[in-house]
Design a protein around this ligand. Structure first.
Ligand code: SF4
Length: 485
């Protein structure tokens, strides 16, 4: 048990993320006085010219390590900059205190946020490239290797992001929250498909109603990309899938159009033909692993062979790009198994490969049950690095990246693409460069307002019955979100 005593409670969640880099704990209680069992304290003192954040680790009531981080005081006239500096100071103090005590440096240092590349780009804009890189290395203790990775991705993203006109551009997301079975690592809301397909039919009707209601919002923008995600969109039958794709294709002229097919066992000739006829150019077929013994452990009902068959079938349709998702660090898997999966995918010559690091999320089966042996932090780091090097040799470049809580080895998810084959939607969503109008149950819309320096969000009702009952209200709230600015 680790508890936290702090007078910077507004950064409580961020400080907990730092503590979790070193302690395998989910819940960290806030306490009002020093706890005997060992905990971390951080105080914030503001002097005339500097911040001082002081972190101390107590074990058995004794202070075993402390660290004070001093940084130039940012005027509180700029509230955002002040808060950012205060938060980073507090996080760095906790990180360095724990790093010194355990004698461990983390590859991403004290950075625990989802979007390291966005952070690097923001720092470059504020301070210039040289100083931004020094801040990554010297202030946030990011390793040289991770800095180079972030830089490489930023360089690939520059031409894509340069084409954005924030007031005009819009990405569209349509969520299909149905799957044929539940993956053990998944915490998304997704219902299991029904035999008669009636539930799916009602959902498609509601989704198309929402699309029709939001027509004025869509037409007021230039649609840059359309992404049909889930769930598993191909869990719908071919007719239902085609209805969705056909309706949204009215906005697809000049836009990138992606359908996440996902589960190999849901992919059929008929559905691929429907995807192609609707004008989508990109699909995703996700094996997660090609290690046969792992598939039942992670709750996937398909075989390795069905993945190969689905991939071969999809190749006949000549889509512009096929993506394949893999997960590093699945139970019982090490470097050998991951590399086997990576090689199997490369042999199929997809344009994109995405390597996720397993994240044990609270709402997932893995998060709730003790199901197997997971790779340790060092092994997770080694295998992800090996995959990266191999993919580079095979001509794949990392083009987008994000991080999640509770990831194996505190690593990252990386999307790789052959040159010229990046997925614009993935770059836009991770870099928060473009507003996203998201339709469907549990979908997250985002309005990017660069002039105000902020992003407004609206997350729709997650459960399908509520969404069906209140679809008009959902559409109206999104219309209000997009009326801003
Ligand atoms: S297919 Fe995707 S959304 Fe469905 S249960 Fe598996 S991980 Fe979750």
């Amino acid at each position: 048990m680790v508890s936290l005593l702090t007078n910077t409670e507004e950064y409580f969640a961020d400080l907990c993320d730092e503590i979790r880099l070193f302690f395998d704990v989910r819940k960290i209680p806030v306490v009002q006085e020093i706890d005997k069992q060992g905990f971390c304290v951080v105080h914030e003192f503001t002097k005339q010219t500097e911040f001082c954040h002081h972190a101390a680790l107590y074990l058995d009531g004794v202070c075993v390590k402390e660290y004070a981080y001093h940084s130039p005081l940012v005027s509180d006239a700029n509230e955002l900059a002040y808060k950012r500096a205060a938060k980073h100071g507090a996080k760095i103090a906790v990180y360095r205190c724990l790093s010194a005590y355990f004698g461990i440096q983390k590859a991403w240092g004290s950075l625990t946020g989802v979007r390291p590349t966005k952070m690097l780009r923001d720092l470059c804009m504020s301070y210039g490239a040289e100083q931004a890189e020094q801040m990554f290395l010297k202030d946030y203790d990011v390793s040289e290797g991770k800095l180079q990775l972030a830089k490489q991705i930023c360089d690939i993203q520059i031409p894509i992001l340069q084409t954005v006109e924030p007031q005009k551009d819009l990405d569209m997301y349509l969520g299909i929250p149905f799957c044929t079975s539940r993956c053990a690592y998944c915490s998304f809301y997704a219902a299991t498909t029904t035999k008669d397909g009636n539930k799916e039919q009602a959902y498609v009707d509601a989704l198309l109603r929402e699309l029709a209601l939001l027509q004025p919002v869509i037409e007021a923008h230039r649609v840059r990309s359309i992404y049909i995600g889930g769930g598993t969109p191909t869990a719908l039958n071919a007719e239902q899938l085609y209805r969705v794709l056909k309706a949204v294709s009215a906005y697809a002229a000049g836009a990138e159009f992606t359908v996440e097919a996902g589960r190999p066992d849901t992919i059929t000739q008929e559905k691929l033909a429907a995807i192609q006829e609707a004008g989508a150019q990109r699909i995703s077929i996700n094996p997660q692993t090609t290690c046969a013994r792992t598939l039942p452990i992670i709750g996937r009902k398909h075989s390795v062979e069905s993945f190969f068959e689905a991939a071969e079938l999809a190749k006949k349709f000549n889509f512009e790009a096929i993506n394949m998702d893999l997960i590093a660090g699945l139970p019982g898997e090490g470097e050998k198994e991951l590399m086997q999966s990576v090689r199997d995918c490369v042999r199929l010559q997809p344009e994109n490969i995405t390597v996720h690091s397993l994240a044990i999320k609270k709402g997932s089966k893995f998060g709730m049950e003790n199901v197997g042996q997971f790779a340790g932090a060092e092994e997770a780091e080694r295998m992800v690095e090996r995959a990266r090097m191999y993919l580079a040799e095979q001509g794949y470049q990392p083009y987008y990246m994000y991080r999640q809580k509770y990831m194996a080895g505190n690593m990252e998810n990386i999307g790789y693409a052959r040159p010229g084959k990046v997925c614009i939607y993935n770059v836009d969503i991770m870099e928060e460069a473009v507003s996203i109008l998201a339709l469907g149950a549990g979908s997250a819309s985002k309005r990017v307002l660069p002039a105000q320096g902020k992003i407004e969000r609206f997350i729709g009702l997650k459960d399908i019955p509520s969404y069906l009952a209140r679809v008009e209200e959902m559409a109206a709230k999104k219309a209000v979100l997009f009326a801003q600015g």
